[in-house]
Design a binder for this molecule. Structure first.
Ligand SMILES: *Cc1c(COP(=O)(O)O)cnc(C)c1O
Length: 397
């Protein structure tokens, strides 16, 4: 595919070709440039490059690398943003997007239902540096409206929250934020780049942990900040390149190859996930089955409008509490106990005692993280095998 395509390309085509940089050897598969540094032809060239490096000119791998640049251009093309900066992990991306643009005295509004480390940044790190943070119930538009002020600089949310799968009305929250002149930053992991409509709905900066569906095979940590050229290169990049949050070329190569198959993987995983959710709904051992596209989900209509499929994660609330949840986890044979998600292997976790252990009980209760809640990330195994495994484990619970 030529750099400037003659026809518009669909995301599936972009996921395979966008951003490719071929060396003089004409390799088909993207080259892995495992190099920290780059050689200059002359002292003058080194001077010029430090003054201003073009997109195909590299200085040091913490600043940029050809393999990393291929990944950045490919995911930016998929996400529909002008540019992207790849990071060492999803948390480096979340922290980089927020910290690079904020200063003491600024105000941020964020949804309360957040991934534990995101909550740590908003609730503990930013306030320590004089940033005022207001946490709201992300599903309550009136709460967003009341919290956003003229001095609000950024709004942050996970489009689908972990682990209770609350859905944020992206267009409505973005409008409220933009009316106040605030930037909208969305952690879009649960929507995945395959189902993301974030930019179209008004988000300014989209952040992913590429550890999840982009790798999708449990190998590497990674993250990415997607946004305008101005935000990515002038705001996020200086902060990230000088504070050490860059993605390694090896990980970028894994992520590039991950993007080629992501759409197929995620669609298959999401289809099995919904099938499993439907089979489990109404099960005697379950107080609740949570999946964004089930009719019983309080925001099913919004979730369907925002996401073509409901994602690859469902949560189950076992009526028997923690004891039943532990018996369920221990009885699963195919689904492994771990805390990643988006992997080809199905994974189950008990948030109250692992990912959200740190939260006091009242906060757990406020977020719906009950003692019986388990989060199930659905992989690429045969759907009937998975259903049978989960049903058998529920019998044992
Ligand atoms: C996993 C995750 C992160 C953090 O990503 P890492 O790659 O583990 O640093 C951030 N936000 C969400 C919603 C996640 O699921």
């Amino acid at each position: 595919m030529k750099d400037i395509p003659s026809r518009p390309r669909s995301p599936r085509t972009l996921a395979v070709h966008a951003g490719t940089r071929r060396s003089q050897y004409g390799e088909v598969s993207e080259a892995m440039f495992l190099t920290q540094g780059f050689v200059y032809d002359s002292a003058e060239q080194a001077e010029a490059r430090f003054l201003e490096a073009g997109r195909e000119e590299f200085i040091y791998a913490r600043y940029g690398n050809p393999t990393v640049a291929m990944f950045e251009d490919r995911i930016a093309a998929l996400e529909g943003t002008e540019d992207a900066f790849a990071t060492a992990s999803g948390m480096a991306a979340v922290n980089g997007a927020l910290t690079s643009m904020l200063k003491a005295g600024d105000h941020v509004v964020a949804a309360r239902a957040l991934f534990g480390s995101c909550l740590y940044i908003l609730d503990e790190v930013l306030p320590r540096y004089g940033v005022e943070v207001t946490l709201v119930d992300g599903t309550d538009l009136a709460a967003w409206k009341a919290a956003i002020r003229p001095d609000t600089k950024a709004v942050f949310f996970e489009s689908v929250s972990n682990p209770t799968l609350e859905v944020i009305d992206i267009a409505a929250v973005s409008k409220l934020a933009h009316d106040a002149g605030a930037l909208v930053i969305c952690d879009n992991v649960f929507a995945t780049p395959a189902f993301s409509r974030a930019v179209e709905l008004g988000v300014d900066v989209v952040v992913y942990s590429t550890t999840k569906h982009v790798d999708g095979q449990g190998r590497c940590l990674g993250g990415v900040v997607c946004g305008t050229k101005e935000f990515v290169r002038k705001v996020a990049e200086p902060y990230l390149k000088h504070t050490g949050g860059a993605m390694s070329p090896f990980n970028a190569w894994v992520m590039l190859k991950g993007l080629e198959t992501m759409d197929l993987r995620v669609r298959a995983q999401a289809a099995t996930c919904l099938q499993l959710a439907k089979r489990l709904e109404g099960h005697a051992k379950l107080a609740r089955v949570i999946h964004p596209h089930l009719d019983s989900h309080p925001q099913a209509a919004l979730a369907r409008a925002q996401m073509e499929q409901g994602g690859t994660v469902l949560s189950l609330d076992l009526a028997g509490g923690k004891e039943a949840a532990f018996r369920f986890l221990n009885a699963l044979e195919i689904v492994t106990i771990s805390n990643n998600l988006g992997d080809a292997k199905s994974i189950v976790t008990h948030p109250a005692t692992t990912t959200h252990q740190r939260l006091p009980d009242d906060q757990k209760a406020a977020l719906g993280i009950t003692p019986g809640l388990v989060r199930l990330s659905v992989g690429l195994e045969d759907a009937e095998d998975l259903i049978a495994d989960v049903l058998a484990a529920l019998d044992a619970a």
